[in-house]
Each structure stands twice: as structure tokens, then as C-alpha cells.
Design a binder for this molecule. Structure first.
Ligand code: NIG
Ligand code: FE
Length: 420
């Protein structure tokens, strides 16, 4: 087979190896294969070979059409995977910054009809085309920063029509630009104004009307719920996730973010793929997630932006055997950031994860958190040719610099889609 593209002479090619069947845990989360003066050869949309440049060049054939990229002085990683985003929404919430600075808590802004509910108003008012245009813009920003696959949640519609509109928009955004989106139905993101004080009655609508339509129209792979005090209780979260599981969706949960309700334990009980946030996870929750191999998706950008005084116990979770992934949680309120490079910095500094653990958390473990660990998330023969090349002499440098986009090239499905 003839290589269509070869990345050669990289200072480092960095990837996990052999974790395509399941996420990395414990000491394994910190292990990376680092190939100096490395190369990756690609044929079509697949990786053909990876290794030291001399070996790869000796192994693969090329012709006059083969694209050669000299990655001298640079680091090559698998395309980054962002396993928790709310990338399709209407409007924005910069007007809430003043309230935040006055010290009004996040859940209080929501209880007053702002927060998520203000984005619901804007999302309902937006046309599907407007939602698509916004989603495409945000995905291009993500791609330029090294993200090649992302999870994408609904949850700012909160009516059957607006939830379906959002999921359709996600599917159109997916088709219209290079970042692959994995759709999640989050109808249980908040109780909309017209159901105020009637969370159970709203969940009847989610379960009896929305979920069957979402499944029938194949609009989502996952179902998620915001399990939080004043939003949905453990009992209510169990109800919606069990119904979704019975219809064949895989499960995720916004768990133990502000008040420790036991969402992590619920995720383990229901065999969820991931539990996300986890700032106030209990020791029992950590133990149960480790036992059931539920991936802990930590969102430290949100903790930073909500000015919480403590981060999720990432170190403790890894040491207890919980597979850890990291995500931006990109959304209009609690985390208007879609750059995973910033998450690398915050995770190292405040979760006390090592750069190697963090890289696995935003590549292979994140890929497993979106059900694609056998296809993406590592640079191995036969996997999808999604790569990012950083202008960095080694991978520690990614955790050291912050606030600058270090991407030099992004290769998606074997093609250069970003070139700086
Ligand atoms: O993951 N926590 C709930 N949902 C989002 C926030 C959504 C918003 O504030 O608009 C989150 O942080
Ligand atoms: Fe979220």
C-alpha cells in the first residue's frame, strides 16, 4: 500500500499503546509511548505505520502524490477528544458575569430563571439554521485548537420540539465540518419555567415523549441528566437514565458537582459509561466507579470559571483505579471555553495530574468515554488518522505554556485541515 501522507522527523510522537479495548487506569494512566525522531505514515483515512522515522520510511512505499510533512522540533499527538460539551446552543451569557462577581451562586442564578434557563430561552428562539451556524463556528474553533472529536449534548431546548431541533442541529453540524460529534440527549438538564416546581411531571414528558422520539430518529448515542440539588434528585435521575437504558442508549450523568448527592454511586449502579464533574464525589463513589470502570470525566475549566474553592480529586481517583478523562464542558454559562490545551494546564496544576496522565485523559480515555476507543484516541496501525502537531519540543511543554494556541497542524481522516 502506498502512503498518502507521512509526518516525519517529529521531536516526539506521543501516544498510549494497547488500550483500544478499555480505558487506562491507575499507574497505566501515566504511561505513554514516546518515539523520538518519530514518524506516522497514513494511507487514506487510516494509520499505516508509526515508529522512528528511518524505520517507517523503510517500511512504507510512497509516490509523487504522497504528502510529506516535516515535524522537526514538534510534537505529534493523537487528535484530541473532548468528551463533554454543550456545543450547540442559542445566545450567550456574558450579562451574568456581573451577577457572578457580586457573589450570587450558580444555582441561585438558575433558581431565579437565569443560567441554563436563559440559554433555554435563546435556544428556543433560534432557528435550526442559526443553531447549526453557531455549532459550526464553535467546532472550527475547537479544531484549530487540536480537537478532532467531541461529544455534544442537547439540553437547552427542554421541550420536545426544541430538544429534537437541537439534536438535528448537532447532526447537521457533524456533517458540515471536520470535527466528529457524538450526540447525547440531555432533556433532563433543568426543569423549564412552564414546569416550575413540577420536576416529576416534566420527567414524564422527557421519558414518555422525548426519549422514544430521540431513539426512533437515532438522534443520540447517550442519555445524560443533571443530577444536582434543586435540579434532578438521585431518584429522578435513576428514573430517566433507567428509561433511556431500556431503550438502548448508553448513559452519562452530571454528578456530584456542587452538592454530594451520590451521582457517582448511581452511575456505578446503572453501568453508566461516565460520570462527569465529581468535585464533591464521596469515597464510596470513588470505590464504586473504580469497581465498575465508570470513566470519571473531570471538567476543571468549569471549576475554574465558577470560582469553586476546590477541584475534583483527580489524583485520588486515579490512585483508586478510576479511569479519568478530561473535557472542556464547553457551554454558554459555566464554561465558555472550548480549548482543551487550557484544560491540560488546569489539570496539571490543580488536579495534580502529570502531563502523561493528562494526555491519556484527553486522548484514549476520552475516546472510550464517547464509545470510540477502538477507532480513535491513540496512534496505532489501523486506527483513524486523526493527529495533531504542536509547536512544542516535548509533551511536557504543553503543560508548561498556557494561553497560547500551540497547534501547528491538524490532520483529520488523513487530511491536513489546519495549517498555521
Ligand atoms: O455541565 N451543570 C450543568 N450543565 C452545564 C452548565 C450549563 C450552563 O450553565 O449553561 C455544566 O456545567
Ligand atoms: Fe456539562
Amino acid at each position: 500500500m502506498i502512503a498518502t501522507l507521512i509526518v516525519e522527523k517529529a521531536a516526539q510522537v506521543v501516544t498510549s499503546t494497547g488500550a483500544s479495548k478499555g480505558p487506562l487506569t491507575g499507574p497505566g494512566q501515566g504511561i505513554l509511548t514516546v518515539i523520538e525522531n518519530g514518524a506516522v505514515a497514513i494511507s487514506g483515512d487510516r494509520i499505516m505505520a508509526i515508529g522512528p522515522t528511518a524505520e517507517v520510511l523503510a517500511q512504507v512505499e510512497r509516490d509523487s502524490k504522497t504528502v510529506i510533512i516535516d515535524a522537526g522540533g514538534q510534537v505529534v499527538l493523537p487528535g484530541l477528544v473532548d468528551p463533554h460539551t454543550h456545543v450547540v446552543f442559542g445566545g450567550s451569557r456574558e450579562h451574568e458575569l456581573a451577577l457572578k462577581l457580586e457573589g450570587i451562586p450558580y444555582l441561585e442564578i438558575l433558581a431565579r430563571g437565569g443560567g441554563i434557563l436563559s440559554s433555554v430561552e435563546a435556544t428556543r428562539a433560534a432557528s435550526e439554521d442559526e443553531l447549526v451556524a453557531g455549532g459550526i463556528k464553535y467546532c472550527h474553533q475547537m479544531l484549530a485548537q487540536g480537537t478532532t472529536t467531541a461529544e455534544a449534548k442537547s439540553g437547552y431546548g427542554l421541550s420536545t420540539e426544541a430538544e429534537i431541533k437541537t439534536l438535528r442541529a448537532i447532526s447537521r453540524v457533524n456533517a458540515a465540518q471536520p470535527v466528529d460529534l457524538v450526540p447525547t440527549f440531555l432533556g433532563a438538564h433543568a426543569v423549564p419555567g412552564e414546569y416550575k416546581g413540577e420536576a416529576d411531571r416534566y420527567l414524564d414528558l422527557v421519558i414518555d415523549e422525548m426519549l422514544p422520539l430521540v431513539v426512533e430518529q437515532k438522534l443520540a448515542r447517550y442519555c445524560d441528566v443533571f443530577c444536582e440539588e434543586g435540579v434532578f434528585s438521585i431518584e429522578q435521575s435513576r428514573r430517566v437514565l433507567s428509561a433511556a437504558g431500556n431503550l438502548g442508549l448508553d448513559l452519562k450523568i452530571h454528578a456530584d458537582e456542587i452538592v454530594p448527592l451520590g451521582g457517582a454511586e448511581l452511575a456505578a449502579e446503572l453501568g453508566a459509561v461516565s460520570a462527569d464533574h465529581l468535585l464533591v464525589i464521596s469515597d464510596e463513589g470513588i470505590k464504586r466507579m473504580a469497581e465498575e470502570k465508570v470513566i470519571g470525566v473531570i471538567l476543571p475549566g468549569t471549576t475554574f470559571y465558577l470560582r469553586e474553592d476546590h477541584y475534583a480529586p483527580g489524583r485520588k481517583m486515579i490512585e483508586a483505579g478510576v479511569p479519568v478523562a478530561l473535557a472542556t464542558d464547553f457551554n454558554p454559562g459555566s464554561s465558555p471555553n472550548n480549548n482543551l490545551q487550557l484544560i491540560i494546564n488546569i489539570a496539571c496544576l490543580y488536579l495534580r495530574m502529570t502531563p502523561a496522565e493528562v494526555i491519556n485523559a484527553i486522548t484514549i480515555n476520552a475516546a472510550h468515554a464517547v464509545g470510540l476507543g477502538s477507532e480513535i484516541g491513540s496512534l496505532e496501525q489501523g486506527k483513524k488518522a486523526d493527529l495533531v502537531i504542536f509547536d512544542a519540543p516535548n509533551y511536557d511543554y504543553l503543560a508548561y505554556r498556557y494561553g497560547t494556541n500551540l497547534v501547528s497542524r491538524v490532520i483529520k481522516n488523513g487530511h491536513v485541515v489546519v495549517e498555521v
